[in-house]
Ligand binder design. Sequence first.
Ligand SMILES: Cc1cc2nc3c(=O)[nH]c(=O)nc-3n(C[C@H](O)[C@H](O)[C@H](O)COP(=O)(O)O)c2cc1C
Length: 197
Amino acid sequence: MKLLIVDCCVSQRGANSRTRRLAEAYVTAFRASHAEAEIETVPPETLLALRPFDVEMLNERDALASVRAFDAPVFGLARQFREADRIVVAAPFWDLSFPAALRTYIEHISANGLAYHYDENGCHGDCRADRLVYLTSGGDFEREDSVGVAYWRQLTAMFGIPRFDYVFAGGLDARPDTAEEILTASCALARRLAEEK
Ligand SMILES: Cc1cc2nc3c(=O)[nH]c(=O)nc-3n(C[C@H](O)[C@H](O)[C@H](O)COP(=O)(O)O)c2cc1C
Protein backbone atom coordinates (compact mmCIF):
# COMPACT_ATOMS: atom_id res chain seq x y z
CA MET A 1 0.00 0.00 0.00
CA LYS A 2 1.42 3.34 -1.05
CA LEU A 3 0.05 6.72 0.14
CA LEU A 4 0.88 9.74 -1.97
CA ILE A 5 0.74 13.11 -0.20
CA VAL A 6 0.44 16.10 -2.52
CA ASP A 7 1.52 18.80 -0.08
CA CYS A 8 0.60 22.24 -1.37
CA CYS A 9 0.60 23.82 2.11
CA VAL A 10 2.13 27.09 0.94
CA SER A 11 1.52 29.40 3.91
CA GLN A 12 2.66 32.64 5.47
CA ARG A 13 1.89 30.98 8.79
CA GLY A 14 4.81 28.59 8.33
CA ALA A 15 4.59 25.75 10.83
CA ASN A 16 1.27 27.15 12.06
CA SER A 17 -0.41 26.66 8.70
CA ARG A 18 -3.96 25.48 9.33
CA THR A 19 -3.96 23.43 6.14
CA ARG A 20 -0.77 21.74 7.34
CA ARG A 21 -2.51 20.88 10.60
CA LEU A 22 -5.17 19.03 8.61
CA ALA A 23 -2.49 17.25 6.57
CA GLU A 24 -0.53 16.27 9.67
CA ALA A 25 -3.67 14.98 11.39
CA TYR A 26 -4.40 12.83 8.35
CA VAL A 27 -0.86 11.51 7.91
CA THR A 28 -0.29 10.74 11.61
CA ALA A 29 -3.54 8.77 11.78
CA PHE A 30 -2.76 7.04 8.48
CA ARG A 31 0.68 5.92 9.71
CA ALA A 32 -0.81 4.60 12.96
CA SER A 33 -3.51 2.59 11.20
CA HIS A 34 -1.51 1.43 8.15
CA ALA A 35 1.84 0.46 9.67
CA GLU A 36 2.88 -1.39 6.51
CA ALA A 37 2.25 1.55 4.18
CA GLU A 38 4.90 3.31 2.18
CA ILE A 39 4.44 7.09 2.07
CA GLU A 40 5.65 9.40 -0.69
CA THR A 41 5.31 13.18 -0.58
CA VAL A 42 5.34 15.79 -3.31
CA PRO A 43 6.51 18.81 -1.27
CA PRO A 44 5.56 22.47 -1.82
CA GLU A 45 9.02 23.23 -3.26
CA THR A 46 8.51 20.64 -6.02
CA LEU A 47 5.06 22.01 -6.82
CA LEU A 48 6.29 25.61 -6.91
CA ALA A 49 9.16 24.71 -9.24
CA LEU A 50 6.86 23.16 -11.88
CA ARG A 51 6.49 24.97 -15.17
CA PRO A 52 3.08 25.30 -16.78
CA PHE A 53 2.97 23.59 -20.16
CA ASP A 54 3.70 25.78 -23.20
CA VAL A 55 3.25 24.67 -26.82
CA GLU A 56 6.75 23.26 -27.15
CA MET A 57 6.41 21.21 -23.95
CA LEU A 58 3.00 19.91 -25.08
CA ASN A 59 4.37 18.88 -28.48
CA GLU A 60 7.30 17.07 -26.87
CA ARG A 61 5.01 15.28 -24.43
CA ASP A 62 2.59 14.26 -27.19
CA ALA A 63 5.48 12.92 -29.29
CA LEU A 64 6.66 10.77 -26.37
CA ALA A 65 3.10 9.58 -25.65
CA SER A 66 2.59 8.64 -29.33
CA VAL A 67 5.38 6.04 -29.01
CA ARG A 68 4.28 5.18 -25.45
CA ALA A 69 7.59 6.40 -24.01
CA PHE A 70 5.95 6.87 -20.62
CA ASP A 71 9.25 6.27 -18.83
CA ALA A 72 10.40 9.77 -19.91
CA PRO A 73 11.01 12.28 -17.08
CA VAL A 74 8.11 14.49 -18.18
CA PHE A 75 5.75 11.70 -17.06
CA GLY A 76 7.42 11.24 -13.65
CA LEU A 77 4.69 12.90 -11.57
CA ALA A 78 1.93 11.27 -13.61
CA ARG A 79 3.51 7.82 -13.10
CA GLN A 80 3.79 8.45 -9.35
CA PHE A 81 0.14 9.60 -9.16
CA ARG A 82 -1.07 6.68 -11.28
CA GLU A 83 0.71 4.10 -9.13
CA ALA A 84 -0.38 5.34 -5.67
CA ASP A 85 -2.94 3.24 -3.78
CA ARG A 86 -4.32 6.20 -1.85
CA ILE A 87 -3.88 9.92 -2.40
CA VAL A 88 -4.26 12.93 -0.11
CA VAL A 89 -4.08 16.44 -1.52
CA ALA A 90 -3.70 19.37 0.92
CA ALA A 91 -3.98 22.99 -0.19
CA PRO A 92 -5.27 26.25 1.29
CA PHE A 93 -8.35 27.88 -0.19
CA TRP A 94 -6.87 30.65 -2.34
CA ASP A 95 -8.78 32.95 -4.67
CA LEU A 96 -11.82 30.67 -4.55
CA SER A 97 -9.85 27.53 -5.38
CA PHE A 98 -6.20 26.73 -4.51
CA PRO A 99 -2.64 27.94 -5.25
CA ALA A 100 -1.54 28.04 -8.90
CA ALA A 101 1.25 25.56 -8.14
CA LEU A 102 -1.40 22.88 -7.60
CA ARG A 103 -3.07 23.74 -10.91
CA THR A 104 0.30 23.31 -12.63
CA TYR A 105 0.71 19.94 -10.89
CA ILE A 106 -2.66 18.92 -12.36
CA GLU A 107 -1.29 19.72 -15.84
CA HIS A 108 1.67 17.43 -15.14
CA ILE A 109 -0.34 14.46 -13.86
CA SER A 110 -3.06 14.70 -16.51
CA ALA A 111 -1.16 12.68 -19.09
CA ASN A 112 -3.45 11.24 -21.74
CA GLY A 113 -2.60 7.58 -22.35
CA LEU A 114 -1.14 7.16 -18.87
CA ALA A 115 -3.43 8.61 -16.19
CA TYR A 116 -6.54 8.31 -18.40
CA HIS A 117 -7.44 7.53 -22.00
CA TYR A 118 -10.28 8.12 -24.42
CA ASP A 119 -12.33 5.64 -26.37
CA GLU A 120 -15.59 5.96 -28.31
CA ASN A 121 -17.52 6.18 -25.02
CA GLY A 122 -15.44 9.05 -23.62
CA CYS A 123 -12.77 9.40 -20.98
CA HIS A 124 -11.65 6.50 -18.76
CA GLY A 125 -9.36 6.79 -15.77
CA ASP A 126 -6.32 4.54 -15.45
CA CYS A 127 -5.09 5.35 -11.94
CA ARG A 128 -4.76 2.65 -9.32
CA ALA A 129 -5.87 4.51 -6.17
CA ASP A 130 -9.17 3.53 -4.58
CA ARG A 131 -9.59 6.82 -2.70
CA LEU A 132 -8.56 10.45 -2.90
CA VAL A 133 -8.98 12.87 0.00
CA TYR A 134 -8.82 16.64 -0.48
CA LEU A 135 -7.96 18.76 2.58
CA THR A 136 -8.40 22.52 2.57
CA SER A 137 -8.81 25.43 4.97
CA GLY A 138 -10.45 28.73 4.15
CA GLY A 139 -10.92 32.20 5.55
CA ASP A 140 -14.56 32.24 4.46
CA PHE A 141 -17.22 29.63 5.15
CA GLU A 142 -17.65 26.71 2.79
CA ARG A 143 -20.05 27.36 -0.11
CA GLU A 144 -22.09 24.60 -1.68
CA ASP A 145 -20.33 24.97 -5.05
CA SER A 146 -16.76 25.41 -3.75
CA VAL A 147 -14.61 25.33 -6.90
CA GLY A 148 -11.57 23.60 -5.40
CA VAL A 149 -13.67 20.78 -3.97
CA ALA A 150 -15.74 20.38 -7.15
CA TYR A 151 -12.57 20.38 -9.26
CA TRP A 152 -10.91 17.63 -7.22
CA ARG A 153 -14.14 15.63 -7.16
CA GLN A 154 -14.26 15.69 -10.96
CA LEU A 155 -10.54 14.98 -11.34
CA THR A 156 -10.90 11.98 -9.02
CA ALA A 157 -13.62 10.59 -11.30
CA MET A 158 -11.62 11.41 -14.45
CA PHE A 159 -8.63 9.48 -13.10
CA GLY A 160 -10.85 6.46 -12.41
CA ILE A 161 -10.54 6.71 -8.62
CA PRO A 162 -13.84 5.43 -7.20
CA ARG A 163 -14.08 7.36 -3.92
CA PHE A 164 -13.66 11.07 -3.16
CA ASP A 165 -13.78 12.68 0.29
CA TYR A 166 -12.87 16.13 1.47
CA VAL A 167 -12.44 18.23 4.58
CA PHE A 168 -13.08 21.98 4.35
CA ALA A 169 -12.13 23.84 7.52
CA GLY A 170 -14.04 27.02 6.69
CA GLY A 171 -14.72 30.39 8.22
CA LEU A 172 -11.33 30.56 9.96
CA ASP A 173 -10.75 34.25 9.18
CA ALA A 174 -14.45 35.22 9.15
CA ARG A 175 -14.90 33.93 12.71
CA PRO A 176 -11.53 33.94 14.52
CA ASP A 177 -13.37 33.22 17.78
CA THR A 178 -14.47 29.78 16.57
CA ALA A 179 -11.47 29.05 14.32
CA GLU A 180 -9.74 26.72 16.77
CA GLU A 181 -12.93 24.78 17.39
CA ILE A 182 -13.57 24.36 13.65
CA LEU A 183 -10.00 23.32 13.00
CA THR A 184 -10.06 20.78 15.81
CA ALA A 185 -13.28 19.23 14.44
CA SER A 186 -11.83 19.24 10.90
CA CYS A 187 -8.66 17.49 12.09
CA ALA A 188 -10.83 14.85 13.76
CA LEU A 189 -12.65 14.28 10.46
CA ALA A 190 -9.32 14.05 8.60
CA ARG A 191 -8.15 11.46 11.14
CA ARG A 192 -11.33 9.41 10.70
CA LEU A 193 -10.88 9.38 6.92
CA ALA A 194 -7.24 8.33 7.30
CA GLU A 195 -8.12 5.43 9.62
CA GLU A 196 -10.61 3.88 7.21
CA LYS A 197 -9.27 0.84 5.40
C1 LIG B 1 -3.26 34.42 -1.45
C2 LIG B 1 -4.43 34.10 -0.58
C3 LIG B 1 -5.69 33.99 -1.13
C4 LIG B 1 -6.79 33.67 -0.32
N1 LIG B 1 -8.02 33.57 -0.91
C5 LIG B 1 -9.08 33.24 -0.15
C6 LIG B 1 -10.38 33.07 -0.75
O1 LIG B 1 -10.58 33.25 -1.95
N2 LIG B 1 -11.41 32.74 0.05
C7 LIG B 1 -11.26 32.53 1.39
O2 LIG B 1 -12.23 32.20 2.05
N3 LIG B 1 -10.04 32.66 1.98
C8 LIG B 1 -8.96 33.01 1.24
N4 LIG B 1 -7.72 33.15 1.83
C9 LIG B 1 -7.58 32.87 3.29
C10 LIG B 1 -7.08 31.44 3.53
O3 LIG B 1 -7.87 30.51 2.83
C11 LIG B 1 -7.10 31.04 5.00
O4 LIG B 1 -6.46 31.98 5.82
C12 LIG B 1 -6.49 29.65 5.16
O5 LIG B 1 -6.82 29.11 6.42
C13 LIG B 1 -5.00 29.70 4.96
O6 LIG B 1 -4.44 28.46 5.29
P1 LIG B 1 -3.00 28.35 5.94
O7 LIG B 1 -3.11 28.68 7.41
O8 LIG B 1 -2.62 26.93 5.70
O9 LIG B 1 -2.09 29.33 5.22
C14 LIG B 1 -6.62 33.47 1.07
C15 LIG B 1 -5.33 33.59 1.62
C16 LIG B 1 -4.25 33.90 0.81
C17 LIG B 1 -2.88 34.02 1.43
